[in-house]
Design a protein around this ligand. Sequence first.
Ligand code: ARG
Length: 248
Amino acid sequence: MKKLVKILAIVMVVALSATLLYACGGKEDDNVLVMGTNAAFPPYEYYEGDKIVGIDAEVGALIAEKLGMEFEIQDMDFNGIISAVQNGVVDIGMAGMTVREDRLEHVNFSTTYAKGVQVVIVKESSEIATLDDLAGKLIGVQEATTGDAYASEDYGEESVKRYTNGAAAVQALQSGIVDAVIIDNEPAKAFVAANEGLTILETAYADEDYAIAVAKENTELLEKINQALAELTADGSIDAIVNKYIPA
Ligand code: ARG
């Protein structure tokens, strides 16, 4: 009997600590707005030294300020951002993230704060001149992005090579492992500027809206963010940030 009580006690302690651990598993401080991003996506988020800067980093900081919260950025694979939002590891996902039906099944999106266009990067010497020329070619993408989805749908899984970030895909293009990279236009421009011999095809692939991902149950935060975005749009703050990173 004594033994049984002992075992029961142990089980209860384990269960209790598991619950406590779980409760602390997400965010520690409630007055911090934690943004999950993938900081390999200039000019939206990228490293300057050891600091993450960019349009999303600055807009996110202004939103936190409006909400009277501290602000923190967590860098992760793009592929992990939506589940980090769902699990409460971060409060918001802000990563030049396109509003998509399949994502809306898992998270809510704020009002959109920027537009994106999917484009195709090739080598200047490439024979690829139009989207049709991509047939039968190997296309590099950042895993789990819209570029990945479009390329896979339109040219078939076997034509797509996935990389954890855009820079790695562009590196693969440079070294001839892939024939083209499909990625958002602003990062594309940044990558082309930073690498010799690359160019962007004139024909764009798809237009997109960027928005902030918030957990389904966190409707109060979503409303506050939309309110903050409306104010920051109305007073020109967002335009000022965009113009700073994307000179006309
Ligand atoms: N707009 C694309 C998407 O939502 C790509 C975003 C990639 N963002 C990043 N920070 N790496 O799928």
